[in-house]
Every structure is written in C-alpha cells, then in structure tokens.
Design a binder for this molecule. Structure first.
Ligand code: S3P
Length: 451
C-alpha cells in the first residue's frame, strides 16, 4: 500500500508551486461545457476529482482538446467546445469518483436536461448525504432518485424534467448545495434565489459572471434568471489555497522558516485559513497581483513563529472547512488551547474528519477532546512519530504528513494514493522538504505540451 515516511525537519526555506484550485477546476469544466463557443482553460487541476468532472462533461457531448498535461496525472490545459446549455445524453452512468462537488453540481446541471442520466461514486461518496440537493432540486420539479444502499445516497438517477424557479433558504451553509441550485436555475424560466445562512465560497457566482451570466448577490441572497447562455471565454485557474494550507502550516509552526507560494487564488471566501494562522502568531505577507475571471490572485509568504491557540468563530467555519485537519495539526503544535466547534459538517466530508483527526492526533501523542460538532486541542506538547492512516481521505493524508515534519522520530502515513484526489505532485514536494532542498526546481509541478 502507498505511504509517506516523514522525519522531523528543523527549517524549511522554499518557494512551492501548488496545483490549480479544485473548486474552480470543477466549475470551469462545467461552465465552459455549458457555454456557447470555445473556451481555453489553463491551470486546470489534473486530479482524479476534476478529471472525472471533465469526463462527465465530455460524456455529455462537450468537446475537449487537451493542450497540456502533468505527466502521469492528467490535463492541465484544454480547449473546451461548449454546447450552449443543451447537453447530449451520455452513453452510460457517469463516474464522479470521490467528489461530492462533482456529483452535487452535476446533479444540478443535469436536472433540467432532456435526457436521463445516472451519477455514481466510490464507497466514500456513496455514503455522503445527497438529500441536501435532492430536496431543493425536487422543489424545482427535478426527478432525482437516490438508489444507494444507504438512504438518500448515490447512485443518483436523474430523469428529464421541466424545472421551475424557487427561493430556497439553505439549512446548512454549503457552496455545493448553492451551486447545484444555481446551475439548475440556469434551465428555468424566471428567477432562482438561494439564501445562505453564512457566506460560502462564491466561485460559481464569479465564474458564471465572467462567462457573461448576470448573477446578483448581497453575500446572503444570491439570484439568477434562467435562460441565459454562458459565453465562452479563456480562464486561468489560480493555485488552490486549500492545497497551499499544508505548506502554510508547515512554515508557520517553525520559527526561522519561510515558504512562499506564487500564483495563489485569494478569493476572500477561501482565505480564512490565513487570518487564523496570523491570529495564531504566524507572519504572513500577501502580495496581490491582480485577478483572472474575477478571482483575485497573488503570492503568499509565511514565516514561522511560536504559535498560540485560538478559537475558530462560527462564521469562519464554512470559509476554512477543508483546512481544519491541517489547522488541527497547527493547534497541536501551538501553545495553549484551540477551540474548533460548530463544525459538524466535518463529519460528512470524504471521511468523518472529526473522528479521523482525533484518532491520528492521539496516535501522535496530541491532547484532544472530541465533541459532536468539533474538537478542542491542548497544544504545546511535542508530537511523536507514529504510524497513522489517511483513512482514504486526501486531506487527512497530507495534514499528517505535515504533522510528521514536526514530530520526534519517524511518522509513517499509510494509504496515501488518495492524495491524487486534490494534489498531484504533493509526494515529490514533500520528499524535497524532508531532504531540506531549497532548489525551486524541486518544487515546480511538471507540465508538457500535448501535440
Ligand atoms: C466545495 C465546497 C465545500 C468544500 C468542498 C468543495 C465546492 O463543501 O468542503 O471541498 O467546491 O463547492 P460544502 O459546500 O458542501 O461545505
């Protein structure tokens, strides 16, 4: 079985390139595929999740010419020939792999098409709640049947339906649910409205707008009128701040260390991890360099310090939900107590991330109390090298590789092939950090043109 072997390192001094943003890569494949005309997408994340979404769109008749790839992984640049909102019936069921984003957004996008389709996923995805999209899409008139062994779970069978717009107040703050409804709303006559209980990542709104679709938002009420056809455009996907978070923590917990991440997406609905690390005492400089397709981009440089514990605010949770596993590692290495509550959503991610973080931190000697909606971590004690598993969850694998960099002795993280779900190239960069390399070439992600 795949694994990482990590020993403690004293100092890191590196400039690390991270791959394209996962959330934006899914949306770029979908929205360019729905658009009228040909879009060139660059910086696409060549991970299993996003490649599956691209495969779903091509299965529905969208044209895709690959221009560049990351050898051994998948495409990083492509020309997408959209279908002006009218997709074609796929030949068979569509595989969404491990991706909740892929399945939920595709369900919204397919609900208003005039053919039947089926979405399925791996064992983890087949256990995740789909009722949260089936309910609002059902209110719009969609016909979605959850056919999984577990109630309300995938596979999803979607039958053709004429959709009507709704106004929907989401019970959970979820960008996936919001996006599924907005994408379904594109096929309705009239205005679809989503009201969110707390701000969630707004990439769908920004990307639709950059493809010429009018979306109005006051941050809590998001509305769009159906019948608009996105217009093709070129889009550069910036680096993924959720992937960068592993390196931000690796440097932040280590006085005398520096890590710089160029070309990073700095959408304010995604950068709470930077605010939290600053609050914990890390020195972080942001050099914003502009925006692409309404998404701010820049370089982030973090310098390490002795961190102190903090309390994550309720309103911050949706903004840093994917970064909590690695923030828990930072908390274990910080002085004092860190409180992470109001985060029950962690229990329905790729794994139950409250249970998996608690199990692994305890295995490494961390002091942590588990609650139904989160955890409290008493930091300051040294972590000890141990054998831990990813439980098949990419973010758990990477968070505990970062923990291993600060532990006494050797840490072995098993079952790490799942890292390819979001971060192809992580293992090579991790090996360079463990080896103490300062050579920028060791931290570049290789790409090659496809002729
Ligand atoms: C995502 C939204 C978040 C996040 C996931 C990606 C997205 O999920 O955890 O990794 O791309 O919309 P929820 O919106 O369900 O919280």
């Amino acid at each position: 079985m795949s694994g990482f072997e990590v020993s403690g390192v004293d100092r890191i001094d590196a400039t690390i390139e991270v791959p394209g943003d996962k959330s934006m890569s899914h949306r770029a494949a979908m929205i360019a595929g729905l658009a009228e005309g040909t879009s060139e997408i660059r910086g696409f994340l060549p991970s299993e999740d996003c490649v599956n979404t691209l495969g779903a769109m091509t299965a529905c008749g969208v044209g895709c010419e690959v221009l560049e790839e990351m050898p051994g992984y998948g495409p990083t640049a492509m020309r997408i020939e959209g279908r002006a909102m009218r997709l074609a019936e796929p030949a068979g069921p569509i595989d969404c792999g491990n991706s909740g984003t892929g399945m939920r957004l595709l369900a919204g996008l397919l609900a208003g098409q005039d053919f039947e389709s089926e979405l399925f996923g791996d064992a983890s995805l087949s256990g995740r709640p789909m009722g949260r999209i089936i309910k609002p899409l059902g209110e719009m008139g969609a016909s979605i049947e959850a056919r999984g062994e577990k109630e309300g779970c995938a596979p999803l069978r979607i039958r053709p339906a004429r959709l009507k717009p709704i106004e929907y107040a989401m019970p959970v703050a979820s960008a996936q649910v919001k996006s599924a409804i907005l994408l379904a709303g594109m096929s309705c006559e009239g205005e679809t409205v989503v009201i969110q209980p707390a701000p969630t990542r707004d990439h769908t709104e920004r990307m639709l707008e950059s493809f010429g679709v009018r979306v109005t938002s006051d941050g809590s009420r998001i509305a769009l009128r159906g019948g608009q056809v996105p217009q093709a455009r070129d889009f550069q996907v910036p680096g993924d701040v959720s992937s960068a978070a592993f390196w931000l923590v690796a440097a932040a917990v280590r006085p005398g260390s520096r890590i710089t991440i160029p070309g990073l997406g700095l959408n304010p609905t995604r950068t709470a991890v930077i605010d939290v690390l600053r609050r914990m005492g890390a020195q972080i400089e942001i050099r914003e360099s502009g925006a692409g397709g309404r998404e701010p981009i820049g370089e982030v440089e973090v310098r390490g310090a002795r961190l102190r514990g903090t309390t994550l605010e309720r309103g911050e949770i949706p903004n840093l939900i994917d970064e909590i596993p690695v923030l828990a590692v930072a908390a274990a290495l910080a002085e004092g107590r860190t409180v992470i509550r109001n985060a029950r959503e962690l229990r329905v991610k790729e794994t139950d991330r409250i249970a998996t973080v608690v199990a692994n931190l305890r295995a490494m000697g961390g002091s942590i109390d588990e609650f139904d909606d989160g955890m409290e971590i008493e930091g300051g004690g040294p972590l000890s090298g141990a054998e831990v598993t990813s439980f098949g969850d990419h973010r758990i694998a990477m968070a505990f590789a970062i923990a291993g960099l600060s532990a006494q002795g050797t840490t072995r993280v098993t079952d790490t092939a799942c890292v390819n779900t979001s971060y192809p190239g992580f293992a090579t960069q991790l090996a360079a950090v463990v080896a103490g390399s300062c050579n920028p070439d060791d931290y570049r992600l290789p790409t090659r043109a496809v002729s």
